[in-house]
Write a protein that binds this ligand. Structure first.
Ligand code: NZQ
Ligand code: ZN
Length: 386
């Protein structure tokens, strides 16, 4: 097992009715800026619960954060916060609203020329405003991690960043807030959470038995509970399982002491930037193709995954055979929950993705646990995904 430091300061409030705790979680003298998206929180009673819980606080609102949050929108939020002298940010919504809020928290304290420099690693986050969140989409794990992803339409970029300064002080996870999500949003979330686990699990051979089992627990729970998670009318306990799985998939615990491979996410972010595809869908397209392309180095872990998660019998089967079966099982599962795994199903050809390979080439480093995936490999992976 590799050495590691694990420190996660996020307080979790989980369950029905927990939004009512907001009034106690934020000190009475704070000037709260409530940040949300395009209005889903008003149609599912979340907004009403939040404002009721904060009726004794001074609250200003900033709304309109879009999916795959935009840099320009975040800059407008920073200007509003400075105007109203807000000193605590409350994100209410999905991963996009929370990611935007993390960036806004850092940008509000930034003293350099342009906060985009943070996203391009040309400047560092020295400090950030305090923030908390009510998460309404199980998927990203943003509620218990220090990462965020910001898009910039004018340059066609979508970049991830991580900083311990932007951990939420607390996150409220009420599974009932998910009752208004569509089947497509739910299945995107299942894929996102699974791929988070898989990018930490199908990499170099692991010598971390506990982390292996923790990763498998999240994967097995999502697979076993998928139809209950997607059920309508919603099943509270299944949604609770889904919400807690998504958080555990990316709160840093299962990556302790193991190697990671975030290449599917990096290529997926480029597909969203170029073609506007939903985040979860990009992952369902890229992951199987990437595994097929990288089969030589990934065979031992894919074979392990085949046995542990898909219950495939290793008796009389080669590791290569098991690895291929694991890829097929994963693809079939994504398709079964309604997430297409081929570019052609989104009316995109590999030829339309050339700029993605060029951008990966320009990163200055190669992707993958062995640092072996550059532009030409990405081009081949996208061809396999066609
Ligand atoms: O804008 P509103 O009206 O709120 O509508 C949203 C949005 O249209 C809607 N929604 C949210 N909660 C709802 C709801 N609709 C009905 N009922 C509810 N309870 O859902 C739509 C999508 O929301 P979004 O926040 O974009 O989804 P998600 O949570 O999947 O977040 C995706 C973003 O997170 C980034 C992705 O790249 C993408 O930009 N990621 C962030 C990560 C992190 N911070 O660690 C890791 C992930 O890998 C991911 O990259
Ligand atoms: Zn993701």
């Amino acid at each position: 097992m590799n050495n590691f430091t694990y420190h996660n300061p996020v307080r979790i409030e989980f369950g029905r009715g927990t939004i009512a705790r907001l009034g106690k979680l934020i000190a009475r003298d704070r000037k709260v800026v409530l940040i949300y998206g395009k209005g889903s929180i008003k149609s599912n009673n979340v907004y009403q619960q939040v404002t009721r819980a904060l009726e004794k606080h001074a609250v200003t609102e900033f709304s309109g954060v879009e999916s795959n949050p935009e840099y320009e929108t975040c800059l407008r939020a920073v200007a509003e916060i400075k105007k109203c002298k807000g000193d605590f940010l409350l994100a209410v919504g999905g991963g996009s609203v929370l990611d935007a809020t993390k960036f806004i928290a850092a940008a509000a304290h930034f003293t350099g020329a342009q906060p985009w420099d943070l996203m391009e690693h040309k400047a560092r986050i020295g400090s950030a405003m305090q923030l908390g969140c009510v998460i309404t989409v199980p998927a990203t794990g943003s509620e218990m991690n220090s990462s965020f992803v910001i898009s910039r339409r004018s340059t066609g970029q979508k970049l991830p960043l991580s900083s311990t300064r932007v951990y939420p002080q607390f996150s409220i996870l009420d599974p009932e807030t998910t009752f208004t999500l569509s089947e497509a949003q739910l299945s995107n979330g299942i894929v996102d959470a699974m791929v988070h686990v898989l990018e930490q699990y199908v990499s170099k051979e692991s010598k971390a038995a506990l982390q292996d089992r923790q990763a498998e627990a999240v994967l097995l729970t999502l697979i076993e509970r998928a139809s209950a998670i997607l059920a309508n009318p919603p099943d509270y306990d299944a949604r609770a399982d889904f919400m807690w799985c998504s958080t555990n998939a990316l709160n840093g615990l299962i990556s302790c002491g193991v190697s990671e491979d975030w290449s599917t996410h990096m290529i997926g972010h480029e597909l969203t930037a170029l073609h506007g595809m939903d985040h979860g869908r990009t992952l369902a397209v890229v992951l199987p193709a990437l595994w097929k392309h990288q089969i030589k180095v990934k065979t031992p872990r894919l074979a392990h995954y085949a046995k542990r998660v898909w219950g495939l019998d290793g008796e009389g089967r080669s590791e290569e055979e098991l690895a291929r079966m694991a890829i097929e099982k994963t693809e079939a599962f994504f398709e079964r929950i309604g997430v297409a795994t081929r570019l052609s199903r989104y009316n995109i050809t590999a030829g339309q993705c050339q700029s993605i390979a060029d951008r990966i080439d320009m990163l200055g480093f190669k992707l993958g646990e062995y640092g072996a995936i550059g532009g030409p490999e990405v081009k081949a992976i996208l061809k396999l995904a066609e």
